[in-house]
Design a protein around this ligand. Structure first.
Ligand code: PLP
Length: 404
């Protein structure tokens, strides 16, 4: 007799990530013998970690830096983080105001666990990174979505923010450049949002800047604690090495913020996991302090790929793709295909149907926009080779042209 596992209330409030589910589906098709799969569903750079960073990890192992590290991070990395914040954004964070975690995802989880109570509200502009509502719900709090519009370039508008704030609002999640839309909130846009936030001192701001270095010129990167210093004591500025330095597997994220919040994050982390991997921390020191040339080269390469993908998607009758100014995602609308019939005879009722059919018929894996809270759209990650991107977009064009 099997005994059913009892689920906790917390577990029943969360669900698996759609991004991971689609990536897995593409892998399953490959395992089942499909040789034509091109996966544009995952959010990670296709470059290798820079050699000097890998060298720093090898020397950390060779010199025995393999013991439990301090919970909030090794002093060398905390210094590198303070220097990075000052160098890139003019933000001064003392050691007591920085913390290192196992990925930006853990920074965000720790911060929410440390501050949310059941019934609290977290404002999440849509489309959003899938983990924000899930982590909010894990804490028993309520995600409150704020719609953004394709006509506004998916940028959060101050009046929409103002309308969404209630006495129960605890956090506003800001993510610029955005996953999935690639939208970038420049200094002026952030200043207009800051003006609203200054009127609501109970609202804290989590600025997820993980795609900071992937901005393509049209709008400069800015972060809210820099744009409005009066908000500094209620802003958590989150960042990490995953996307900038092609270090997704090393699991290092970090944050700067007010000391009491940083202390609370450290306390949660001390019980959940302890300090982040010591070897990865030494690698992150080399990434932040070392030459930034590979970062510039990666950005240029992403820009070329963005132009290729956005161009080919916009050349597809029926698709509309706004130009993303940052990150490595395009977020085209497939609204004109809803209600139409795919070559297989299946009627496309949602963007989820569109991407399922696209994968089945053409072998191209992308993620439906409704998973990010805004559709009918789909997210294409252009962190893939030019060859694969060209072929995938060609197949998308053909798929769309056959739709009745
Ligand atoms: C918006 C956003 N924030 C945070 C993360 C997590 O980054 P990390 O690898 O540092 O946990 C991701 C990863 O996809 C992301 O897209």
């Amino acid at each position: 007799m099997t005994i059913a596992m009892k689920r906790s209330a917390a577990l029943s409030r969360i669900s698996p990530s759609a991004t991971i589910a689609i990536t897995q589906k593409a892998r399953d098709l490959v395992a089942a013998g499909r040789t034509d799969i091109i996966s544009l569903s995952i959010g990670e750079p296709d470059f290798d970690t820079p050699e000097h960073v890998a060298d720093a990890a090898r020397s950390a192992i060779a010199s025995g830096k393999t013991k439990y590290p301090p919970v909030a991070g090794i002093p060398a990395l905390k210094e590198a983080i303070s220097a990075k914040f000052e160098r890139d954004s003019g933000l001064r964070y003392a050691s007591s105001e920085t913390v290192v975690c196992s990925g930006a995802k853990q920074v965000i989880s720790n911060a929410l666990l440390a501050t949310l109570n059941p019934g609290d509200e977290v404002l999440i502009p849509a489309p959003y990174w899938v983990s924000y509502p899930q982590l909010t719900q894990l804490c028993g709090a309520v995600p409150v979505f704020i719609e953004t519009r394709i006509e506004d370039g998916f940028l959060l508008q101050p009046d929409a923010l103002e309308r969404a704030i209630t006495p129960r609002t605890r956090w506003l999640m800001l993510n610029s450049p955005s996953n999935p839309s690639g939208a970038v909130l420049g200094a002026d846009a952030l200043a207009s949002l800051a003006a609203v936030l200054l009127r609501h001192p109970h609202v804290w701001i989590l600025s997820d800047d993980i795609y900071e270095h992937l901005v393509y010129g049209e709008t400069q990167f800015a972060t809210i604690a820099q744009v409005e210093p009066a908000l500094r004591d209620r802003v958590l500025t989150v960042n990490g090495v995953s996307k900038a330095y092609a270090m997704t597997g090393w699991r290092i994220g970090y944050a700067g913020g007010p000391a009491p919040l940083v202390k609370a994050i450290e306390l949660i982390q001390s019980q959940l996991t302890g300090g982040a991997c010591s070897i990865s921390q030494w690698a992150a020191v080399a990434a932040l302090n070392g030459p930034q040339t590979e970062l510039v080269a990666a950005r240029e390469s992403f820009r070329r790929r963005r132009d290729l993908v956005v161009g080919m998607l916009n050349d597809t009758p029926g698709l509309t793709c706004p130009t993303p100014h940052g990150a490595f995602y395009a977020y085209p609308s497939c609204a004109s295909f809803i209600g139409r019939t795919a070559p297989s005879g299946k009627v496309i009722r949602t963007d989820e149907d569109f991407v399922a059919e696209l994968l089945e018929q053409t072998g191209v894996a992308v993620v439906h926009g409704s998973a990010f809270g805004a559709g009918p759209n789909f997210r294409v990650s252009y962190a893939a080779s030019v060859e694969n991107l060209t072929e995938a977009c060609r197949r998308i064009q053909q798929f769309c042209s056959l739709m009745q």
